[in-house]
Write a protein that binds this ligand. Sequence first.
Ligand code: 0RA
Length: 646
Amino acid sequence: MSEEIKKNNYSADSIQALEGMEHVRMRPSMYIGDVGVRGLHHLVYEVVDNSIDEAMGGHCDTIGVTINEDGSVTVEDNGRGIPVDLHKKEGVSALEVVMTKIGAGGKFDKDSYKVSGGLHGVGVSVVNALSIHMKSTVFREGKIYEQEYERGKALYPVKQIGETDKRGTRQTFFPDDAIFQQTTEFSYDTLSARMRELSFLNKGITITFTDKREVDEKGEFKSEVFHSDEGLKEYIRYLDGNREPIISHVISMDHEKGEIPVEVALIYNTSYSENIFSYVNNINTHEGGTHLQGFRSGLTRTLKKYADASGLLDKLKFEISGDDFREGLTAIISVKVAEPQFEGQTKTKLGNREVVSPVSQAVGEMLENYLEENPNDAKVIIQKVILAAQARHAAKKAREMVQRKTVMGGGGLPGKLSDCSEQDPARCEVYLVEGDSAGGTAKQGRDRNFQAILPLRGKILNVEKAMHHKVFENEEIRNIFTALGVTVGTAEDSKALNLEKLRYHKVIIMCDADVDGSHISTLILTFFFRFMKELIEEGHVYIAAPPLYLVKKGNKKEYAWNDVQRDQANERMGGSASIQRYKGLGEMNAEQLWETTMDPNFRTLRQVTIDSLAEADQVFSMLMGDEVPPRREFIEKNAVYANIDA
Ligand code: 0RA
């Protein structure tokens, strides 16, 4: 059928729909956030969300997600199947409406518990519009139906292709490389982390994730099955698997209070960090919002009341602040809100006021019960709170010393910093370099106009294991704060970060390309993750990639970043080239370091991003915490940055 005739078969409304689809292709970022790695993976989440909705409505319990051999993705569920009967208003099959009309997703089914928010819930038609090819297969009422699409346009009306006793929906799509120009390659780790998260957030569902692009030694595909019977409770155990609990159980609850379903789970551990992850309709609300506010107020009010009544605070000479109740706390809050209002810079802050009080009440009740039934744990928690309050006072003093030096202009910049001459932070870069000797080479090799060098001495403090005041007392860490011009703490929030005076928009970690070097990178990243998360979130943190080899023959020389490049370079030189393996930055001279790792025209920088905060937290606590065996296993299996999508 020619394009002309096909168009004439559509009603006026569906021509509008077509225009809607064109709009998605013209402005994809309006629908999926961006057209980079994140937006690409968002396509999968969108399709999976629909199956999760079907499961939440009680209509299915199994979802399969597969990266196919050709790089396309298939999502399959055992739900009722998207209806295929004639959609009266549109004059075509309901399936076709769902697939090709913007904003049609699920709306015609009033029974289903459809909650959407943020970038999610834009509808599967958006995925279709941004795919070169998509195929829907519906197993419903004994029959199999199929329809295919190209860039969102149906190639033929829905047709019956066979009979079945299965029920469900299967969606296969191939992202359009004209839209996703950076890459159309899905990351196993990114998708796997999201599927794990979804299985914890929606207990009872089984999600099977398979990558068919590669087989292992046994000839099998990489595959994982995610299923959680206990939901958030199990999620907490997963997140805190490498931390040491100080109470005997995960405290949790799951109930619908009024209109808003609330689930909460928490535990206290021996660490000094606060890890609260909040979700609305399965979406991670990085910026928090009213549900988090409700959680905090419920927690503080209940613990304070208990502590006051217990007499444990009688000897305390100063006030306890909200922060003190959350040191060593790992918590997850998940709410379902019918019409969520998302605010904030990244639209991940819940704004609905009506959520505060139900969450606060639910958390209060849950804690009150637990404290009453577990008086020993109650005592341990209150003692931890008191210690936190004492440490906070010590930290405040230490921090004020840093502050005085930076904001008040006192001590000036650290002596070890070789600053650049450019004044505009947007054009400035700072290299954090492992060791004084490599620091010296970098200083000679750099372009001093816009590149500053801050050498760091050996291993920087492992902040994962240090109390906060120790962190602020540490000289290397204070140097980083002062060099970057970043301050921490305000009157209202002792942990708030101020990036307004950030002196360099690129902060580049440069370490040896060996095990020690990656350990040091990880220490620095852990510090940024725990104390300057916004610096990472706003895209300022990068990792430099020094070469591993110098391949030389006569007057020809090439650098190689891996073994394949090394062998290819050797071949290009006709074989038997001399190969030098760089054991560290120190073996390069200033010119070599500039050419390979610092010259903006040739270097490769890996930008550090945080895909999933919860997953990143789990990785950092594992890499830098007390438990050695999982760390060794992880480092052996992955490069250090597995879940920090670099
Ligand atoms: C609305 C109505 C019905 C099914 C669905 C939506 C549905 C949508 C998706 C998306 C992915 N998987 C899905 N499974 C089901 C059918 C209502 C009925 O049969 O009565």
